[in-house]
Design a protein around this ligand. Structure first.
Ligand code: ATP
Ligand code: MG
Length: 226
């Protein structure tokens, strides 16, 4: 039997996002990494998650390539399918935010309107756009998957940076220049953003970390650049 949208009602749960965040002892947010292929999104996401994990902060990576292996395997790289790719991952990220996780999305997400669409799915303080900035020349030199090479030979249609456009963010919450900064410094900058936005709390005293019920605290030295 077909159920019209009017007959679908949101089912409220006894356990709320706030409860899950209290259990985790930190807030949840989306960190949306956008940038050219090979700019470093997956590398940064991975290193960031490792750092969060080490400090007992709960997170998960939604990586473009991984999501296209399953949930979005039926989508191509046309503008229409890219939009649907974004919409679906935006919806998944919303669930993960509700689950109380720091949700790291690593998607090329080349179009401004599509990024605005996902931004609009979240309250202001729960969506942090991070521009993973790297020149096309450096991305092409890196080319860890050999895809730029294939695209230049005409073997891949709709390849961002070669035969599809990339629209850089105009007002991201943060830019990390992966062709200028070390990987560690890129990750520290994102970590600092999480502290500035009060998603996580930091302390001079490592000893405070274990007290039950209090926010997870990260030590200050981690937040310094160098
Ligand atoms: N500061 C840096 N930050 C991130 N990656 C860097 C940095 N310096 C060098 N790299 C290298 O750049 C490459 C980035 O590849 P990565 O797969 O992370 O890119 P991506 O943005 O996820 O690409 P795609 O959109 O194709 O998935 C890696 O080989 C990584 O080691
Ligand atoms: Mg990647």
């Amino acid at each position: 039997m077909f159920l019209s949208p009017n007959n679908i009602k949101w089912h409220c749960t006894l356990v709320k996002k706030e409860d899950r965040c209290a259990l985790n002892r930190h807030s949840s947010t989306v960190i949306w990494l956008t940038g050219l292929p090979s700019s470093g999104k997956s590398t940064v996401a991975n290193q960031l998650e490792h750092m969060l994990f080490r400090y007992g902060l709960r997170s998960y990576i939604l990586d473009g390539d991984n999501i296209r292996h399953g949930l979005n395997k039926n989508l191509s790289f046309t503008a229409e399918d890219r939009k649907e790719n974004m919409r679906r991952v935006g919806e998944v990220a919303k669930l993960f935010i509700d689950a109380g996780l720091i949700t790291i999305v690593a998607f090329v997400s080349p179009f401004r309107t599509d990024r605005q669409m996902v931004r609009d799915m979240f309250p202001k303080d729960e969506f942090l756009e991070v521009f993973v900035k790297c020149s096309l020349a450096v991305c092409e030199l890196r080319d860890p998957k050999g895809l730029y090479k294939k695209a230049r030979k005409g073997e891949i249609a709709h390849f961002t940076g070669v035969n599809d456009p990339y629209e850089a963010p105009e007002q991201p919450e943060l830019e990390i220049e992966t062709d200028k900064l070390s990987l560690d410094d890129c990750v520290r900058k994102i970590f600092r953003l999480l502290v500035d936005k009060k998603i996580v709390t930091h302390s001079d005293e490592l000893g405070n970390q274990k007290s039950p019920g209090s926010p997870v605290q990260v030590p200050d030295p981690l937040l310094s650049f160098g």
